[in-house]
Ligand binder design. Structure first.
Ligand code: XIL
Length: 362
């Protein structure tokens, strides 16, 4: 009898051990399945996003949209909210695609970056208008119509994209007005066109966060473009017309965030109280690539993000796509590619692990 009692106790102990093992095993696996970039980023209080294109987003045969909504909590349309897509001819707006992209983001609790209201590229029919009064009305109508349609839906807008262009003939001028891009906007509206666009955007949706967005403005020292962009943003900030600066960060592995003063550059923006976002990041490498290049690339992502995360005004990192299957790089940078976090078969790359690791360490 004693023996049977002893056996009974042993069995109870074994069962409870076994059940503890199963609980902790299933506990681990559920922790793994919730370990996505968006979950870790939201624990740290920042947004992590990607540019997406409408066609793969609505494809029924690809894992694109599943991965996108699982890993990211911020969306930007790679092209579909640019002027030429939204206003196809004078005062004729085409909303179908932009609306359905916005709906995907909202249905999945994502923030949206609206990109972009004024740019010198992809402006369609407007870029051949040569009449100041007409172009001024076109800009105003565009900004009001688009921002009002998406007020309460799109929280962040790139109001002006890529307006600084360092012009060698003006190299001695330290005034950013002399380095505004001489686009059709400038030719027609004069050097106040940037400020005018921000005034319109403020009036159109006073609750939206208004951003100036540019590339090649990451370096701190000896970098005229970065300096003029900073001047432009400071000037708008002093007038209460801007909320944030977007660093596109289409970079390669030669960018060394520590040596190139990235931290100091971010600091000068946080010192004047503007929000900082990385808006279009990709790190291109020569293709075909190899494991050395993938780890160099991962390291660039790691360093950039770790510096950004150390600035308390930094609120979002957005990649210009997430799978190497859909990226603008091979078309625009000959010989380069593989710039993103997932490969062409949607497998995670070392760059994904690096981003995850820095997020966790924040
Ligand atoms: C690019 C898109 O990725 C391409 O598909 C398109 O053909 C051209 O524009 N800076 C920007 C983005 O602000 O809008 C650009 O996107 C990349 C550079």
């Amino acid at each position: 009898m004693k023996y049977i009692y002893f056996l009974f106790i042993v069995m109870v102990l074994l069962t409870s051990c076994a059940s503890e093992l199963t609980t902790s095993a299933s506990g681990n696996s559920s922790a793994e399945s919730t370990e996505t970039l968006r979950n870790i980023a939201s624990q740290k209080g920042i947004y992590i996003g990607s540019a997406v294109a409408d066609t793969p987003l609505f494809s029924k045969t690809e894992p694109y949209s599943n991965i996108f909504v699982k890993e990211f909590n911020m969306m930007v349309a790679e092209n579909e909210m640019k002027f030429e897509y939204l206003q196809t001819s004078s005062n004729v707006f085409y909303w179908f695609i932009a609306d359905r992209m916005v709906n995907v983001a909202l249905a999945n609790n994502m923030q949206i970056r609206g990109h972009a209201l004024l740019w010198h590229n992809q402006s369609g029919w407007a870029s051949s208008v040569n009449n100041p009064a007409a172009l001024s009305n076109i800009l105003s109508n565009h900004i009001f119509t688009v921002m009002r349609r998406y007020s309460n839906k799109i929280a962040y807008w790139d109001v002006v994209n890529e307006a600084i262009e360092v012009n060698n003939s003006m190299v001695n001028s330290s005034n950013f007005y002399d380095h505004l891009r001489k686009s059709f906007w400038w030719t027609n509206l004069g050097s106040n066109y940037v400020e005018y666009a921000f005034q319109l955007a403020r009036a159109a949706d006073p609750t939206a966060k208004l951003f100036y967005n540019d590339y090649g403005i990451e370096r701190y020292n000896n970098n005229p473009k970065a300096f003029y962009a900073y001047q432009l943003v400071s000037n708008l900030k002093a007038k209460g017309l801007i909320d944030g600066v977007g660093f596109q960060m289409h970079i390669d592995t030669n960018f060394k965030p520590f040596e190139n003063g990235f931290e100091l550059n971010l600091k000068r923006y946080s010192d004047i109280g503007v929000e900082i976002q990385i808006t279009e990041m990709d790190v291109r490498i020569p293709v075909p690539a190899n494991s050395t290049l993938y780890s160099l690339q991962a390291n660039t992502y790691r360093e950039v993000l770790s510096i950004a995360l150390s600035n308390s005004n930094f609120t979002a990192i957005v990649f210009w796509g997430f799978t190497d299957k859909y990226s603008w790089i091979p078309d625009f940078f000959s010989g380069f590619g593989d710039a993103l976090l997932f490969n062409t078969s949607y497998q995670k790359k070392p760059s994904y692990d690096a981003v995850m690791e820095v997020l966790k360490n924040k």
